[in-house]
Design a protein around this ligand. Structure first.
Ligand code: NAP
Length: 241
């Protein structure tokens, strides 16, 4: 694809920052979504290229609409912003925590996607990449997946986070079906366990965030004849829903 305009939510650190870096390095214009503008500005300065910080808190409808008003044209939306929670099984989950996680990981994706759809509809090659998680795979939870995508937590733990990513997967599929005739490619990525602030469990043992980010960039730059409505691992293999 030619030079594209991309927005990555939660781009001031972690996997999102690496997605932004790789897109900028490839010559694309990148809006670095950041709920704290100064953090986005710092990341944009560090990455360089054609990067611009954009204040966007995905849980704040006003912030989302203000951000959309500043981006009239968009080719790539990466819904990356996400939070994890405390690892509890569903019987012990506190509903306020569950709501907070769904507010960011699910409702935030609805809000941002719908707000930026008019700009994406002006693109000749619109792409949406939802950063999900292998832990959101129901097949993995049911023990039906072997190998690297086998559930790393074969229990009911991280119930709020994992069910939010399951919901995000379904949302990916529903957007993909809805927008297919308009040329959109809407796919979900399992970036793999990465060393970021998100999850203390993988803070030391996880892989390089840049490797997971590369999987998102591949989906962001899919050619027109590529499939839509897929759940893919960072290495391009299909993850069972
Ligand atoms: P991270 O380093 O904690 O980064 C998360 C990013 O999301 C930060 O920029 C954070 O901003 C932002 N964010 C959180 N809530 C937000 C909100 N309401 N509005 C806007 N931005 C918000 O975590 P990460 O590991 O890179 O996670 C990125 C994505 O990958 C998430 O969707 C996560 O579920 C997914 N994922 C990660 C792993 C892993 O092992 N790391 C595995 C599977 C999936 P602040 O700096 O302001 O907090």
């Amino acid at each position: 694809m030619d030079k594209s305009i991309a927005l990555v939510t939660g781009a001031n650190k972690g996997i999102g920052k690496e997605i932004a870096r790789q897109l900028a390095d490839a010559g694309h214009t990148v809006y670095l979504g950041s709920r704290e503008l100064s953090r986005g500005e710092r990341a944009a300065e560090e990455i360089g290229g054609d990067t611009r910080a954009l204040q966007i808190d995905v849980t704040d409808q006003r912030s989302v609409e203000d951000a959309a008003g500043q981006v009239p044209a968009l080719d790539i939306l990466v819904n990356n912003a996400g939070i994890s929670g405390d690892g509890k099984t569903p019987d012990l989950e506190d509903l306020d925590t569950v709501r907070r996680i769904f507010e960011t990981n699910v409702f935030g994706v609805f809000a941002v996607t719908n707000a930026f759809l008019p700009a994406l509809r002006r693109s000749a090659h619109p792409r949406i990449v939802n950063i999900s998680s292998g832990t959101g795979s129901m097949a993995a939870s049911a023990g039906q997946v072997t190998g690297v995508m086998a559930s790393p937590t074969p229990s009911g733990r991280f119930a709020a986070y994992r069910s939010s990513k399951t919901a995000l997967n379904e949302l990916t599929l529903l957007y993909a079906i809805t927008l297919a005739d308009e040329g959109f490619k809407v796919n979900a990525l399992a970036p793999g366990a990465r060393r970021t602030d998100l999850n203390a469990n993988v803070a030391t043992a996880g892989g390089d965030p840049a490797e997971g980010a590369a999987g998102a960039v591949r989906l962001a730059l899919l050619p027109d004849d590529a499939p839509t409505g897929q759940f893919l691992s960072w290495d391009g293999t299909v993850v069972p829903w």
